[in-house]
Ligand binder design. Sequence first.
Ligand SMILES: C[S@@+](CC[C@H](N)C(=O)[O-])C[C@H]1O[C@@H](n2cnc3c(N)ncnc32)[C@H](O)[C@@H]1O
Length: 342
Amino acid sequence: MEYNPDVFRDKTILLPCDDPEWSNFTKYFALNFEYFGLKKLISTCYASEETPQAHPITFESNAPQFDAEKSVTNGKILVLERKAKSLKRINFKNLPWKYLEGNGDFCSQEICKLRDEADFIITNPPFSLFRKFLTWILEGKKQFLTLGSMNAISYIEVFPLIKDNIIWLGVESGAKEYLTPTGENQKMGNTCWFTNIEHGRRHQPLPLMPMADNLKFSRHKEIKGKDNYDHYDNYDAIEVPYTDAIPSDYDGVMGVPISFIDKYCPEQFDIIGITKTWFGMANKTYPEQIQVDKNGEESRVTKLNDGATIRRETIPIGETYYIVDNNYYTQVYARILIRKKQ
Ligand SMILES: C[S@@+](CC[C@H](N)C(=O)[O-])C[C@H]1O[C@@H](n2cnc3c(N)ncnc32)[C@H](O)[C@@H]1O
């Protein structure tokens, strides 16, 4: 909204996982209906006998349209529409919701029809269905804003879309607190917004220091005082353990934390790949390894091929390491591989 105050003007928004009576998304868009200049707001929710609603049905059972049977088998729908000049004042105590024909599954024909009618799909979907949900949105060629787990960044279905700048993270994608429908604050650090709505912030380049300055002045002990950044053994890239330690003047590929995506500016860097999924990019396959954990316990594993590795000259102390042909290796966390825009 800050970037484009008219982003929702004359548009139809579908909230497809949002109980008209409970969802704060529904409340937010209903309250701001006029301010955003919306044409139509549709909020639908899912009913299933296997997964009962997470909240009490007190509002629903007090409503004149309540039907005890349909309440467990049929989803609900609320449609707010701008008629004539303005929307009538919304009475939140008596929302004009109805039961859907079906259960409100976003994949059902009934909801697909509503998706096709909408300009924007916005919600907090069930994270377990995130892949399916994103595919469903993109099939409909819609603009969207959805919450998801940070882990979704590395999904095979999601990462290529981020790499190719088809989708990106929304603003405020770090650790967060959410207000639950019952008014409590819930901390959900590992979540972020996924979107294809332009927001401007993603075009602001990260302020960074040259490599020599990082090695001399970095606030991170892993960098400061070293001769060089570590280089991976199984891919031609340097290891950058913190986003603010990315050297501004390095032309090769760099492995950076997944959380970099939140700061990613496509005019500053290209995304080359991701080490967790690799997409066939690693240039080496290790045979079975001996893993020595922090307590010195040994086991035979093949894990070293799952991520970027660093060959160590001496036995690493206080961390898990791997032995292959009398060489010592450590594995770094999942990394995004990036390169300075050429
Ligand atoms: C994480 S909750 C978010 C609820 C709501 N967006 C809010 O913020 O209050 C996810 C919701 O998706 C609903 N859901 C689960 N499976 C669904 C499906 N196949 N289609 C549509 N909604 C579904 C659940 O009933 C649940 O209410």
